[in-house]
Write a protein that binds this ligand. Structure first.
Ligand code: ZN
Length: 471
């Protein structure tokens, strides 16, 4: 019992001492400064990248004192190397520090860029022809000459290594396939006009293809042209390349009547400067009663209804300029065409026709234009043709605008001028009463003497004066 009592005291004493020791240790531990790195203690970063300081976490006496950690050392991100950073926490006499190493390294691979697509079609049974590439490295610069290529199962693999051993890689897929159609180019365009009774001669064609050669002989031409009948036909050209890609193109062939060469004794009655109420309407009445068609070179004057009537009754509505003002229309080529456009558009608005037949005010031989623009007629006579117009002068002058003021004078001028051995282009003005009054007799005379009447069309041989040089 006595021993027991003695030992119990001993155990209690030892336990007490232990507790005191543990408590003292805890107190010492808690009162010591404590520091720990945020993030890894060894970092690798890319050259020229940004280094972001992660810092350290520190405790002292149970309080967060991270703010008082001092960092010593510097990382130069623009210079390769290993940098050591020291994180120091000083509290009283106690100083604690931890370390981090930051290695600045080239870890960026060179970048290869391909010229051409990453997937290319190559003609079957041919070799892929390199389209080009470029390789750039952040440190080594242009490393294009270090690129290695390898062909592997329809794939070109491009690899390149920089000095640090970083590998850049890109692939290009090669598809051995021809999916491009051959091209057929028709000589002379896709529209062809020829005259009835001619022999059809194909203007020819050319074939090109990305893969196949000499396809021209393989073109199948189908042709339903009937040269003995007017109409619109088509010629079809079809060809397939070796891969079976097929192209078919069509040429439209128009077979038209040969323009009638006007026979000697044909009369083209032409009326300028209208329309005008009181004369043009009467002239249209006479033409209708006599069953004769004529040509009217209109201006911007008179009512629309008369132009409409001219067209409706089968006469040719032609253009004479809008203003007929010499000073204006012959002042420049631009002014001439601007003026012509006004009357052209008027006729188009009223009749729906794209009038192509014109007469120059004063005729192409006029010298009145010399006062406004020297030698403008040489330019205009060729420029109107370039722009798709046909101009007509005359070879019989009624002189109704030149001083012949009576119907009989007009009648006599025309009759004297008519010839049965040539085309007669008769100049008259439907704004002149004396012309209106002479017209029926002129027509009767012509009919009685075997003349025939025609209207000017785009296929009428042009009756032209010569252009006079300005003095
Ligand atoms: Zn005129």
């Amino acid at each position: 019992m006595k021993w027991l009592k003695k030992n119990k005291i001993k155990v209690i004493t030892i336990s007490l001492i232990l507790v005191i020791l543990i408590c003292t240790g805890l107190v010492i531990f808690l009162t010591l400064p404590h520091i720990e790195l945020n993030g890894e203690d060894s970092l690798v970063i890319n050259l020229d990248s940004k280094y972001k300081e992660l810092g350290a976490t520190a405790f002292y006496l149970g309080e967060d004192v991270s703010d008082s950690v001092k960092v010593e050392g510097k990382v130069d991100v623009h210079k390769l190397g290993t940098y050591k950073l020291t994180y120091i926490l000083s509290k009283g006499l106690v100083k604690k520090q931890v370390f981090r190493t930051v290695t600045v390294k080239d870890i960026e691979a060179p970048v290869i860029t391909l010229e051409g697509d990453e997937e290319v079609n190559v003609c079957p049974n041919t070799k892929f022809k390199e389209l080009g590439f470029k390789a750039l490295d952040n440190v080594d610069g242009d490393v294009t000459d270090k690129v290695e290529t390898e062909e592997k199962e329809d794939m070109i693999i491009y690899t390149v290594k920089d000095k640090e051993g970083n590998v850049g890689k890109i692939e290009r897929k090669i598809v051995y396939k021809d999916s491009e159609n051959p091209k057929i180019e028709l000589s002379g365009g896709d529209s062809y006009t020829t005259y009835l009774g001619n022999k059809y001669t194909d203007p020819g064609y050319n074939v090109t293809d990305n893969c196949s050669q000499d396809l021209k002989s393989k073109v199948k031409v189908t042709n339903n042209v009937n040269m003995n009948q007017t109409g619109t036909y088509s010629v079809t050209y079809e060809v397939s390349d070796e891969a079976g890609n097929t192209t078919s193109v069509k040429r439209t062939v128009k077979v038209i009547q040969r323009p009638v060469q006007a026979k000697g004794g044909t009369i083209y009655l032409t009326f300028d400067d209208g329309p005008q109420n009181g004369t043009t309407n009467k002239i249209l009445d006479i033409l209708k009663e006599e069953g004769v068609k004529a040509t009217f070179f209109v201006t911007s004057s008179g009512p629309d209804s008369l132009i409409k009537r001219e067209a409706d009754e089968g006469h040719t509505v032609a253009l004479h300029t809008a203003t007929h003002d010499y000073a204006k229309v012959y002042s420049s080529v631009t002014n001439y065409f601007n003026d012509l456009k006004i009357v052209h558009d008027r006729v188009q608005r009223i009749t729906g026709q794209d009038a192509r037949i014109i007469r120059f005010p004063g005729g192409s031989s006029n010298t009145v234009s010399c006062s406004y623009s020297k030698n403008i007629m040489s330019t205009l006579t060729s420029e109107v043709l370039n722009r798709g117009y046909y101009y007509h002068d005359w070879n019989v002058d009624s002189n109704d605008a030149g001083g012949s003021n009576t119907a009989s004078a007009v009648y006599n001028n025309v009759i004297r001028g008519l010839s049965s051995s040539r085309v007669n282009m008769v100049l008259m003005h439907d704004v002149k009463p004396q012309t209106r009054d002479a017209l029926r007799d002129i027509i009767r005379y012509a009919k009685n003497n075997g003349f025939t009447f025609a209207t000017i069309t785009t296929s009428t041989a042009m009756v032209r004066h010569g252009v006079n040089k300005c003095k």
